[in-house]
Design a protein around this ligand. Structure first.
Ligand code: AMP
Length: 214
């Protein structure tokens, strides 16, 4: 089961990817998580990615493509994968298609999670992420017991630099300009499945399962 999750930042791709990953037993591959993990470990890649992430811009294609190529070659991807946040440009989509074809694989579904811009802004600016385990909370919809502490591991909760309102708006502009053309791209390939991302977390999951199980 090879899935791609498409949609603006804040569409809930990460949350849904986690759940699909545990239901179907295939790895959740988030390029944003890979960059944040590198940043935390102080790697060269992390430092390079941070410059772009802090401005709400996309990391250059050649950097991201190399990372995904390596990740997809790992044995846990043999039974499938869920890509979250990749591809984000036409060049990345072309590269993905080519690298999968090399190993006789192809994408099964591209789930296009649709959410209006104002909902996205509201969701992201109230998002809090745990510095230790990465768990995500929402101050309104999924609040932690204490505003600054992770319920799961006791770690410190913080607002990602790129979840601040001006950066969120910049990320949305990047999405419109560079990523939204992929909707037509995958429509033409016959792979696009539209999902209403403004519904509740549970309803979105059911809609995704209905597509995947068909
Ligand atoms: P995300 O957690 O998916 O919202 O990603 C956070 C940030 O990481 C983005 O705003 C980009 O700066 C960078 N990033 C993640 N995935 C990609 C990608 N496929 N192409 C370029 N930049 C990316």
């Amino acid at each position: 089961m090879n899935l791609v999750l498409l949609g603006p930042p804040g569409a809930g791709k990460g949350t849904q990817a986690e759940r699909i990953s545990s239901i179907y037993g295939v790895p959740h591959i988030s390029t944003g998580d890979i960059f944040r993990d590198n940043l935390k470990r102080g790697t060269e890649l992390g430092r390079k990615a941070k410059e772009y992430m802090d401005r709400g811009e996309l990391v250059p294609d050649e950097v991201v493509i190399g990372i995904v190529r390596d990740r997809l070659a790992e044995p846990d991807c043999d039974r499938g994968f869920i890509l979250d946040g990749f591809p984000r440009t036409a060049a990345q989509a072309d590269a993905l298609k080519a690298m999968l074809a090399e190993t006789g694989k192809a994408i099964d579904h591209v789930l296009n999670v649709q959410v209006p811009e104002e909902v996205v802004v509201q969701r992201l600016t109230a998002r809090r992420t745990c510095r230790s385990c990465g768990k995500v909370f929402h101050l309104v919809f999924d609040p932690p017991a204490r505003e600054d502490t992770c319920d799961a591991c006791g770690g410190e909760l913080y607002c990602r630099d790129d979840d601040r309102e001006d950066t969120v708006r910049a990320r949305l502009r990047e999405y419109e300009a560079k990523t939204s053309p992929l909707i037509d791209y995958y429509q033409r390939e016959g792979l696009l499945r539209n999902i209403n991302g403004a519904a509740s977390m549970e309803e979105v999951l059911q809609e995704i399962r209905a597509v995947v199980d068909k």
